[in-house]
Design a protein around this ligand. Structure first.
Ligand code: CP
Length: 302
């Protein structure tokens, strides 16, 4: 997305923040449309917020229960996609454990597809909601120094945030042990630190990442205790960032692994709950924009 398209989407999401805080949360831009959520990996935030977003915009929303679906009888991703496609959904929201699987699926269906996270590749709506959270808190994104800390290697959230924050003019630092940095990290337009205490100095935003043990084959850190000592965010390390620095985490958190409860729950410094709220608004904005390009758009216009 171009920077002005991102800004336009964030501006639209602001209107949905207001709608979501009101008593009547209903809009109708997706009235008559069918949205299917297809999550091959566990999710709380993304799946629930896409479901709420679709329902608040008036769509009929279905969640395919992958664990009890015919994928368990050996049906492939492509056959699953083509089966759903035959039911004429308008939008598929897809999360998959393989990088590139969502794009592959999108090429086999003739409805719109939104990537809700694919393997270690991308999680674009997470980056958008993070940007909205930062912009609402700091009043801007350009010129801020954002540290992304922890298991960058396995993080689709890190990749999407690096692209988005760079395109909106923020400076991005990656802070991680060498074993948890991608081999081509130096080509991502970021500064790299393997010493968290040095990397945090002067940061406006400290974005922590979960250790994604489910994606690890073998050992990437000597022990959880040692990892927390060197790379877990606690009050002492946070003091190295700017005095008005904020903490973010896409969730789910592993308390005592990458983040200490004392800072995670500090309502003056932690934006983690705001991130969840912005997730619904951003996903409503994405669905709204998409609805304008769906076939027969405008068919209900007077
Ligand atoms: N941040 C995020 O993607 O969380 P979920 O896995 O709960 O959706």
């Amino acid at each position: 997305m171009a920077p002005d398209e991102i800004v336009g989407l964030l501006d639209l999401a602001e209107t949905y923040v207001d709608l979501n805080r009101g008593a009547d949360k209903k809009a109708s831009v997706l009235r008559g449309r069918t949205q299917i959520n297809l999550f091959f990996e566990p999710s709380t935030r993304t799946q629930m917020s896409f479901e709420l977003a679709g329902k608040r915009l008036g769509a009929d929303v279905l969640n395919m229960a992958v664990a009890s679906s015919s994928t368990k009888k050996g049906e492939t991703l492509i056959d699953t996609a083509m089966t759903l496609n035959a039911m004429h959904p308008d939008v598929l929201i897809v999360r998959h454990h393989d990088s590139g699987a969502v794009k592959l699926l999108s090429e086999k269906v003739n409805c719109s597809v939104i990537n809700a996270g694919d393997g270690t590749h991308e999680h674009p709506t997470q980056a958008l909601l993070d940007a909205l959270t930062i912009r609402r808190t700091k009043g801007k994104i350009g010129g801020l120094l954002v540290a992304i800390c922890g298991d960058v290697l396995h993080s689709r959230v890190a990749r999407s945030n690096i692209h988005l924050l760079n395109s909106l003019g923020a400076r991005v630092r990656l802070i991680a042990p060498p074993t948890l940095l991608p081999s081509a990290a130096d080509r991502l337009g970021v500064e790299i630190f393997t010493d968290m205490k040095k990397g945090l100095i002067g940061c406006d935003i400290v974005m922590m990442l979960r250790l994604q043990t489910e994606r690890m084959q073998g050992s990437f850190v000597p022990s959880i205790r040692e990892y927390f000592h060197f790379f877990g965010l606690d009050r002492q390390k946070l003091a190295l960032a700017k005095p008005d620095a904020f903490i973010m985490h896409p969730g789910p958190m592993n308390r005592g692994v990458e983040i200490d409860s004392e800072v995670a729950d500090d309502i003056d410094r932690s934006l983690i709950r705001q991130q969840v709220e912005m997730g619904v608004a951003v996903r409503m904005a994405c669905l709204d924009v998409l609805s304008r390009n769906l076939p027969e758009a405008g068919r209900n216009a007077p």
